[in-house]
Ligand binder design. Structure first.
Ligand SMILES: NC(=O)c1ccc[n+]([C@@H]2O[C@H](COP(=O)([O-])OP(=O)(O)OC[C@H]3O[C@@H](n4cnc5c(N)ncnc54)[C@H](O)[C@@H]3O)[C@@H](O)[C@H]2O)c1
Length: 335
């Protein structure tokens, strides 16, 4: 099977791709390499914008996975207009040309951020979606656009992931557990913006497992799936990060608890993913922190700007490297 992964050079793709290759799949990546290239050397690479792809570029692939776009709230809020183009239009355009090229399955990187602010309810995929901020709105737009392309020849699976954490060869320290771990190690203190807020957390290895389950699911399967390793309050996450660092290094870590208002608060049910995809997460918070500790030598240059998505986006903007792309035309359209 041949799989094309858009945005495959990012944080999740850099863990997922070796896993898919181990399972015998042929993988190519289309990416703008905003954060560099940490992929295995035998991955096929197209250094291109999704909007520069044409239908013919998709010919011969069995499946396409979308992992691209602006992948967090600070990026989306820095440039809401680009957020809507890269997060809503790009997945729709890619699914459209993939379907036209005869690709059989499209897997979309959705997000639990579509649920917005909710009080004490466990959401399944049929629950209301209600985000008021650009990232959540655009992820839902992308999801809705690609889901309505499903038919008997084109399967679409959307994975609504919780906040991913753990080590990746393309590292990020702007994700909740990774940030707390960095602050504990670098400063000896974990800042908690609001201990009452709920978040679904997803270990990066569980995220990669969810994608491989989706790739291998029965070919008639389409649908939306919540994907998380567990639901936790931010206060509990901080306690578990602190405990694991203290147990490993024998040093005291302080907590700085604040009560800042948040627009996101939600917990999700993963029953559908368990029952339909055979997704059974294997990692909790302590195991995510141990995974970071095991790889600490590879990423303890804590302030490397490449680890912070919004910093890279601001640099790209100031060098005008992400102008809205010259949009591709279909073959023959210029004649
Ligand atoms: N990381 C998380 O916690 C999380 C949670 C839920 C959903 N998601 C979604 O999962 C996906 C992957 O997340 P990540 O953390 O790996 O992201 P990332 O920011 O590490 O990587 C994104 C990659 O996409 C590439 N890219 C962006 N726009 C592109 C375009 N138009 N054409 C080609 N390449 C492009 C970038 O160069 C980068 O390599 C994103 O769609 C994100 O919204 C992530």
């Amino acid at each position: 099977m041949r799989i094309l992964i858009a945005g495959g050079a990012g944080y999740i793709g850099s863990v997922l791709i070796p896993r898919l290759m181990d399972r015998g799949y042929g993988v190519d990546v289309v990416d703008l390499f905003w954060f560099g290239n940490n992929l295995p050397s035998n991955v096929g690479v197209l250094h291109k914008d999704i909007f520069d792809l044409q239908t013919s570029d998709l010919a011969g692939y069995d499946q396409v996975i979308f992992l691209a776009g602006l992948s967090n709230d600070p990026m989306a809020e820095f440039s809401p207009s680009k957020n809507f183009i890269f997060n809503a239009s790009a997945p729709a355009y890619l699914a459209y040309i993939a379907k036209k090229a005869g690709v059989r399955r499209y897997i979309y990187a959705s997000s639990c951020s579509v649920y917005g602010y909710t009080e004490n309810k466990l959401f399944d995929e049929d629950g209301p979606v209600n985000s008021s901020y650009p990232y959540g709105i655009s992820k839902l737009q992308g999801e809705r656009a690609v889901m309505q392309m499903v038919d008997s020849d084109f399967s679409v699976i959307a994975l609504r992931k919780g906040t991913v954490s753990g080590y990746s060869p393309r590292m990020r320290f702007d994700l909740i557990i990774n940030t707390m771990f960095k602050c504990a190690m670098r400063d000896g203190v974990i800042r908690v913006s609001n201990p009452a807020i709920w978040r679904p957390i997803l270990a990066i290895d569980d995220a990669a497992m969810a994608y491989s389950r989706a790739v291998e699911a029965n070919e008639s399967l389409s649908g939306i799936f919540n994907i998380a390793s567990g639901n936790h309050t931010v206060g509990e996450i901080a306690d578990l990060v602190k405990l694991t660092v203290e147990e490993t290094y024998g040093k005291r870590i302080a907590l700085d608890i604040q009560h800042v208002k948040d627009v996101r608060n939600y917990k999700v049910s993963i029953e559908k993913a368990r029952t339909v995809l055979s997704f059974h997460p294997d990692h909790g918070i302590k195991s995510i922190v141990r995974n970071l500790i095991d790889n600490i030598e590879k990423c303890n240059d804590w302030d490397n700007p490449a680890y912070y998505n919004v910093t890279v986006l601001k640099e790209l903007e100031s060098s005008r490297a992400i102008a809205i792309p010259a949009l591709a035309l279909e073959e023959g359209a210029r004649k």
